[in-house]
Write a protein that binds this ligand. Structure first.
Ligand code: PDD
Length: 286
């Protein structure tokens, strides 16, 4: 089946969706994005992703391409047209096509470009990696200073993913000033006793939508939540570790820089957090 994608109000076969070479998303990475998961044909935490998109756009003085209601309708239509049961919807808004290359932003006469497409991932929530856990390495965080804005400038995270591949592990954790910021495309956590430790929100990390939900569920499950930076050495001595993202949900981390975390196998707390997250989010999906 040919994938149907969305471009500026139209639903098109993927081969027919065309964006200008002058689009600032292409020339300047002048764009923001969101990834929303689909489970059982329904959207997970759509309102959270919509709210963060609005914030990213605001921070960059970029116009919203349409209303939240229109975005919801388009997400649902893409799920329907592509017959998605489990998978993701990628959404990108760029500052559009001013017709030439210029560092200055164009005026309001240039309309944003809105692109959306589906990624079909049958059994997304049954990822076998959740049973074995990820192994990660630490790499220096040399990204820019506004990581709270979900921009499409993903070259360094891609490089860090390749460093992980070269080291034959699953992902990289970024380290700055001796402490972990986050993973290449996820937020990072350690567990010590009944306490979950994860970096506090600031411009240094993306304000994960999955993070917000997981911390809420952890507090409801009577776990302590401490929002502060942690070191790689602390992670190596933790009982358990994990990451969260819209596509991996809650994923255990069993090794950091070649050192086993806790027993080196997936622990009971992270397993329970993943179960609670999936259960609650499936219930609230729209
Ligand atoms: N990445 N930190 C970074 C740097 C991310 O790119 C992401 C998400 C997260 C987790 O955010 P959320 O829980 O809202 O997905 C944290 C998405 C999934 C991606 O780039 O594919």
């Amino acid at each position: 089946m040919t994938r149907t994608v969305y471009l500026n109000g139209d639903y098109l076969p993927e081969t027919e969706a065309k964006v200008s070479i002058f689009d600032r998303g292409f020339l300047m990475a002048d764009g923001v994005y969101e990834v929303t998961s689909v489970l059982d044909g329904k959207l997970i935490d759509f309102d959270g992703h919509c709210a963060r998109l609005a914030r990213s756009l605001r921070e960059l003085d970029m116009a919203a391409p349409c209303s939240d209601a229109d975005l919801l309708a388009a997400h649902r239509e893409l799920v329907r047209l592509n017959d998605i049961t489990d998978g993701m919807i990628y959404l990108q808004v760029t500052r559009g096509n001013p017709g030439d290359r210029d560092f200055a932003y164009p005026g309001p006469e240039v309309t944003p470009t809105l692109v959306m497409f589906t990624q079909d991932k049958p059994g997304l929530a049954d990822n076998p990696a959740a049973k074995t856990g990820w192994r990660v390495i630490s790499v220096p965080d040399v990204r820019w200073g506004r990581r709270d804005i979900k921009t499409t400038q993903l070259l360094y995270p891609s490089m860090a993913k390749m460093m992980a591949k070269a080291a034959k592990v699953d992902d990289s954790w970024f380290v700055e000033d001796g402490v972990v910021t986050e993973g290449t495309s996820n937020n990072a956590y350690i567990i010590k006793g009944n306490r979950i430790i994860t970096r506090h929100l600031s411009n240094d990390i993306l304000h994960g939508i999955t993070r917000a939900a997981v911390l809420r569920f952890a507090a409801e499950a009577q776990m302590e939540v401490e929002e502060r930076p942690f070191t790689v050495a602390e992670a190596q001595k933790a009982d358990e570790a994990f990451i969260t993202s819209a596509s991996a949900f809650v994923m255990p981390v069993v090794e950091v820089d070649g050192v086993a975390v806790g027993s080196g196998t997936v622990g009971a707390t992270v397993t329970r957090l993943r179960e609670i997250y999936l259960e609650e989010m499936r219930r609230a999906a729209i």
